[in-house]
Design a protein around this ligand. Sequence first.
Ligand code: C2E
Ligand code: MG
Ligand code: MG
Ligand code: MG
Length: 291
Amino acid sequence: SAKELGITVGTYDSGQDVSSTDRLALLADLQDAFAVDDQILLHLQPAVDLVTAEPTGVEALVRWRHPRRGHLSPGEFLPLVERSELLIPFTRRVLDLALASAADWTASGIEVPVSVNVSARSLTDPTFPAQVTEALRRHRTPASRLVLEITESVAVSEQDIVDEVLARLRASGVQVSLDDFGTGFSSLSSVTRMPVDEIKIDRSFVDEMIDSAAAGAVVRGAVELGARLGVRVVAEGIETIEQRAALIALGCPSAQGYHFCKPMPADKIVQALSQLARSAPANVTQLRTDE
Ligand code: C2E
Ligand code: MG
Ligand code: MG
Ligand code: MG
């Protein structure tokens, strides 16, 4: 909202929507952001093996370095992108940045996939699979190195076209991850309807699992579901060592969160991945004696 962005609006006619004025200004700026290098950038966050801390993947999280408003987080501008014709060039930019970064860590011998978040609207765009394939070709990257994260809410709207787009993506070798698992209207039905390669347990359950038996049960259920379906499971938003121990006790294989690594600029990620890989043994000993 305008308030969150720290924008002051002097006077306005009654009936005029302040935030829509603001949205227009931001949309114009966004058009410029594509013309100028470096305004749209990625922060990257590793997902790791919960026991060894070894990297299992890296998620790309978009940022907008606005010339006057500073760093904007996705929540502040994505809704705008998604409602404009900028979505296609935006998605192209994010894929290019993510695949370019993946080439960096591959060159350093760390062969984990890169995860890119996909807007609901892209999944109803019949040209989206070709956009992805072309990005992979531009970067000479095998499709299996790319994970597309989708949220469950997209899975219920316009089901047929979404199913078709996802089927084509998976047929091309791209992996699909169900993001924010447990928060959608139809968590379980989306898993039965479309084959996925990964489930990401929403941060809200990880947050509450220590205090709430119900949240713990959801985590346990998701872990068991993943094991039965042969689907990778990642817990989101792990911040404490207590959460780490609890997740290990429930058999959760991997996690992503501040406890291991905060999202960071692309030029820091290779070093962070190497450090995580090296830090593994000490962490394991500590956790095993705590259990
Ligand atoms: P998400 O995909 O569920 O990403 C996880 C969010 O949790 C990220 O917020 C990340 O910075 C934050 N996070 C990670 N670890 C922790 C932790 O330990 N504690 C807490 N409190 N937060 C943690 P961010 O970067 O603000 O992104 C928000 C959402 O915006 C993402 O949620 C994703 O749905 C969307 N998004 C991000 N990048 C893109 C993109 O390139 N395209 C699209 N369509 N959506 C994106
Ligand atoms: Mg995500
Ligand atoms: Mg998520
Ligand atoms: Mg989330």
